[in-house]
Design a protein around this ligand. Structure first.
Ligand code: SF4
Ligand code: SF4
Length: 640
């Protein structure tokens, strides 16, 4: 065995079948038909009188044993999904804030401040006086004020919410009672009100869900911004993506999950251990590759190549050339342990809240992070010696990518054109129609859809219609793997006016080529970067977010976190396209509120469309509506 060439990863899926290994696609096939009650959201397991199921055809029970109807059950289930998503994102932010606190107190053994300029900018944004304080004192206070967003008793909105959205949006959210004061209590509130016999009003439940989702957004702001302080604010970086980044002659270590606390340290210790790996026979040394959003974090900040996004994570092990996968939290398939046991691959878990039977657990704490990172790399080098050359099959595909588009790096680039008003060139190009609008692609992969297909096909149509794309999370992974994040993609897919703008920006950036047509802004918590950019644009124009020709899209929505993200994006005023119906089909009332009624309340709403080209058409239509409402004239022809 050796290398294979197959764009769809089919060679590795075939290999799994030859080796009698089940992958996510096989397990999905075995699960069919999926439970229709669950898909429509009309089953309830909240108390032990049930589980109860509502008959969607009207012939059987229309109420649970306690009397809850489909609307109540669907709304309760949905807001519990939002609470889980919010808990996941915001606990990530809390870990980062606690680490910054340790750094500020000078008790951290493993971390330091990498971007003190950003730290000062954050302090200013949070109204923290920095006069006469050193960076440690500032860090401690920024961490303290950020952690207050998780525990505030007073009824004022969270600091990271009120300082990161437009004034009219804050006013609107406050008016609706969804400008939360405390992230963790918003999650607890959902669990409390969805307990048996509490909130039965679907609208009241959905409003609480919105409040909690705004907490998800707040936690993301904390995660992204404080991670930048600790690990550096991303700048454009050239790297590669897809399984072809795994090297045959290297000790390959994949970092997977979401939290950069351990992966950053692993990347740091690898340099000192390269010689050890070569001595073990790995002529190419140690090769770190990324999976999912931990992969995005180290890609943006360190240029580490990206091997896979969510759905194909198992295939990294199937290559037979992965010595170790190091995971932290979220989106880690438990199947990895079983698949790793069929190979020489070591699976390491690192977080106390995320253990997997069959994995080796090296718990991450500040005081032992470096030591444990070294142990992990050492064991990976040992694993290399146990490789079976007959089992190696590495797909050749890999694409060059330009990643690292933080709000700051975009603004810095634009300031080369207009140093006084850096956003002006972007605004001018949106107004004159060279850039018709902006779409933020986020969210996951879902096994119900051919991996990456919808992302890629939607993007090509939007780019052709001169719509600029921002991307995060596994959406960004899809574009990175499919050659849509490099200069060549701009020449190939962007409409003429978008291409001209990106070529001009590429020159300003010192490239001899255009910028990519899709800006990789980071992991899924980094959706806050895209919001920051949009908020800056809206503030510059003195308008609210919903007025901008900006749409969010999650064509392969899957996780509870994605539901939380979509909900806050709508709450901030954005139309949000999703490629799959969430489990709300059992309540026409809830479905109607999400796709229509919400617009009257928060301006944002959901568009559900599975077909990628149809979805792109709907988004273009929404963008044109927004442009018309802003009275800007598009100089472009109709949709292509
Ligand atoms: S609990 Fe709900 S989703 Fe699960 S099997 Fe029962 S009815 Fe289906
Ligand atoms: S809370 Fe009501 S609907 Fe849910 S399981 Fe209990 S009795 Fe059934």
């Amino acid at each position: 065995m050796g290398n294979c060439h197959n764009l769809s990863n089919q060679c590795l899926i075939n290999k799994a079948e030859d080796e009698n290994i089940d992958l996510v696609w096989h397990r999905y096939e075995k699960m069919l038909p999926l439970c229709g009650f669950g898909e429509k959201g009309i089953c309830c397991r909240i108390c032990m009188k049930g589980p109860c199921r509502i008959d969607p055809f009207g012939n059987g029970p229309q109420e649970g044993i306690c009397g809850a109807n489909a609307d109540t059950i669907v709304a309760r289930n949905l807001v519990r999904m939002i609470a889980a998503g919010t808990a996941a994102h915001s606990s990530h932010g809390k870990e980062i804030a606690k680490t910054l606190m340790q750094v500020g107190k000078k008790t951290s053994k493993s971390y330091a401040i990498k971007d003190s300029e950003k730290l000062r900018a954050i302090a200013k944004k949070m109204n923290i006086s920095i006069e006469g304080k050193d960076i440690y004192q500032i860090a401690e206070q920024v961490a303290y004020e950020s952690l207050k967003d998780y525990s505030r008793i007073e009824e004022e909105p969270c600091t990271w919410l009120s300082n990161s959205i437009t004034p009219p949006r804050l006013e609107k959210l406050e008016g609706l009672g969804v400008a939360l004061n405390n992230i963790e209590s918003s999650v607890a509130d959902i669990m409390s009100r969805t307990h048996l016999g509490t909130d039965a009003d679907p609208i009241n439940l959905l409003l609480a869900g919105m409040r909690c989702a705004i907490g998800d957004y707040t936690g993301m702001q904390i995660s992204t911004n404080l991670s930048d302080v600790l690990f550096g604010t991303p700048e454009p970086v050239i790297s590669e993506a897809n399984l072809g980044v795994i090297k045959k002659d290297a000790v390959n270590i994949a970092v997977h999950g979401h939290n950069p606390l351990l992966s950053e340290i692993i990347v740091d210790v690898v340099d000192e251990m390269q010689q050890e790996a070569r001595a073990a026979g790995a002529t190419a040394g140690i090769n770190i590759v990324g999976v999912c959003c931990t992969g995005n974090e180290v890609l943006l900040r360190r240029g580490i190549p990206m091997a896979s996004n969510y759905l194909s994570q198992e295939l990294t092990i199937l290559t037979g050339a992965l010595e170790a996968m190091v995971v932290d939290v979220q989106c880690i398939m438990p199947s990895l342990a079983k698949i790793a046991s069929c190979y020489h691959t070591k699976l390491f878990t690192t977080m106390p809240e995320a253990k997997i039977p069959g994995a080796d657990h090296f718990e991450l704490h500040d005081e032992n992070a470096v030591e444990n990172a070294r142990k992990i790399v050492k064991q990976s080098i040992e694993a290399y010696k146990r490789r079976d050359p007959n089992k190696i099959l590495i797909p050749e595909e890999k694409s060059q990518i330009i990643a690292g588009f933080s709000t700051e790096s975009i603004t810095n680039l634009l300031s080369k054109i207009d140093s006084e008003k850096p956003l002006r060139p972007l605004i001018d190009n949106i107004v004159n129609g060279n850039i018709r609008g902006v779409v933020l692609f986020a969210g996951c992969n879902n096994v119900k859809i051919t991996q990456d297909y919808n992302f890629v096909h939607m993007a090509k149509k939007l780019l052709e219609n001169n719509i600029l794309i921002l991307a995060t999370g596994c959406g960004a992974g899809a574009f990175a793997k499919n050659s849509l994040m490099n200069s060549e993609a701009t020449n190939k897919y962007a409409g003429e006016s978008l291409k001209a703008v990106l070529t001009m920006l590429g020159k300003e950036a010192g490239l001899d080529a255009p910028l990519p047509p899709i800006f990789h802004m980071g992991s899924c918590v980094d959706n806050s970067r895209a919001v920051d950019l949009a908020v800056n644009l809206a503030n510059e124009l003195n308008i609210d977010l919903y007025q901008l020709p900006v749409v969010a899209s999650a064509p392969e929505v899957m996780s509870e976190k994605a539901i939380a993200i979509g909900t806050w994006a709508a709450g901030l005023g954005m139309p949000v396209h999703i490629g799959l119906m969430p489990p709300v089909g059992g309540s026409p009332l809830v479905a109607e509120v999400l796709t229509s009624g919400l617009k009257d309340i928060v301006d944002g709403y959901f568009i559900v469309e599975k077909d990628p080209l149809e979805a792109a058409s709907k988004i273009i239509h929404v963008i044109e509506e927004k442009r018309a409402a802003l009275n800007v004239t598009s100089t472009l022809e109709e949709e292509k």
